[in-house]
Design a protein around this ligand. Sequence first.
Ligand code: PAF
Length: 288
Amino acid sequence: MTRRSKPATVQVLRTLSAMRTWTARARGKGETVALVPTMGALHAGHLALVRLAKRRADRVIVSIFVNPAQFAPNEDFSSYPRTWDADAAALSELSVDAIWAPSVATMYPDGFATKLVPGGPALAGLEDKFRPHFFGGVCTVVAKLLLQVAPDFATFGEKDYQQLKVVTAMARDLDIPTKIVGLPTVREKDGLAMSSRNAYLSANERAAAPTLHRVLKQCAAGLKAGQSLAATLDEGTAQIESVGFAVDYLEARHAETLAKIATLADGPARLLVAAKLGRTRLIDNIGV
Ligand code: PAF
């Protein structure tokens, strides 16, 4: 009789000293380390980042920390999905080496008074225009995670495209010797970008949500066929709104700098969208 082997239980690190010991031990053995920073509520997009990390590093550590510093008071910090048991089971199944799960008090102890103020892509007038607190909070926590874990590389999904550019610039500007690796967005069968916030969608909203990706693809095709940028984006915005979204932005930007572009010739171009469906704010983007 064959016995199915139970997945190993992943090691959970909760204190800075445990974290430092773990990383020092890996370094002592000459092993490479990859970090996958997350806020938990893991979905197939996160797991793709983990698989990539596992292919390229000897040791993979996933951080799970819902970072209060990147939520404004009116945002969903308290209701953000927290699915610890399922997350730990999924990471055990993938044989991740460790989870770094610090408390808020560990990351932001009493007297904590230092926050990064990113510029460049963090001031592109996209997410930052609607969530002005966001990239300061992200950069502060990601810088701390990179310094705590000291990984060779860290993976980020392209779904949060501006975040990927901001974190890349931050690591470069602060001489943090971690390579930032981006991975294409993982999508549901109907094209909806995987996101922990998709869990907020009602059945009707879930049915309408793939419109975002469909319209992005349609706009990209139109632009490649020579349509004008302004007309294409106006038409795309109208289509997204017709299924009930309130559009924050639908824009074409330079894929590297996120600067505004007037035509595709100013590219490589990236289309980026953010829109609210009921109380859920979704973002997506594609290359043109
Ligand atoms: O993309 C996320 O899940 C978060 O912004 C990150 C990078 C883990 C920082 O809290």
